[in-house]
Design a protein. Structure first.
Length: 210
């Protein structure tokens, strides 16, 4: 399995090059993006973040001080804006009350403990929690998403009923626990998933992993 995973990474990196993920000027911006990107594409999330920036509220305490309806209106471009406003406020409540809105205090927290805390926040699931840990806080945790499962399933590296945890363990147990590697690997999987390993009409004949 280790050899298979390493070969996939080498082929993808050779074909696409470095992806420079996650887009964001600050760790807090990355966290907001991870919460808002659920169920939508990044272009829509960027529009929502740009709205927050233009209003000068892309800071934890300023965002939390906004009425929920005002917050929802600002993040409207990312879709499901009422639900996401609530989820974002749930995280902000956890972040401010538990960590004083201080990113450094989050970073200093042990990753396993922090992951459990993030998962206890209503509206934050494993993929979002792990995206926050890896991309915002530089914790060596592999992010699993639909692209990951699809790619591994089509290459017969997992079974169809594999759980999130089982897929994650596949990477965590067979690769060096390295933030840069996990960051780049997941970004490359997303890239090949969007460009070639599509849910419908996959371009298998010209895929770099053929």
């Amino acid at each position: 399995m280790k050899n298979n995973l390493c070969l996939v990474y080498k082929k993808l990196f050779s074909f696409f090059g470095p992806q420079a993920w996650w887009p964001g000027e600050t760790a807090f911006e990355v966290i907001v993006g991870a919460i808002l990107t659920q169920g939508t594409n990044w272009q829509n999330v960027q529009k929502a973040i740009d709205n927050l920036k233009s209003q000068g509220v892309l800071e934890a305490k300023k965002l939390y001080a906004l009425p929920e309806k005002k917050l929802a209106a600002l993040i409207r471009p990312c879709g499901y804006y009422n639900i996401k406003a609530r989820r974002l406020r749930n995280f902000l409540s956890f972040f401010i009350k538990g960590y004083g809105g201080n990113i450094r205090r989050l970073i200093q927290r042990e990753e396993g403990t922090l992951r459990g805390e993030l998962l206890s926040v209503k509206g934050i699931g494993p993929e979002t929690a792990d995206s926050i840990l890896l991309y915002a806080l530089n914790k060596p945790v592999f992010v699993v998403d639909a692209y990951t499962k699809r790619l591994l399933l089509r290459h017969r590296l997992i079974k169809e009923d594999a759980t999130y945890g089982q897929v994650q363990d596949l990477f965590m147990d067979n690769l060096k626990k390295d933030v840069r590697l996990f960051n780049e690997y997941h970004a490359l999987i997303v890239k090949v998933g969007k460009d070639f390993c599509r849910k419908n009409k996959p371009r298998c004949s010209i895929c770099p992993l053929k």
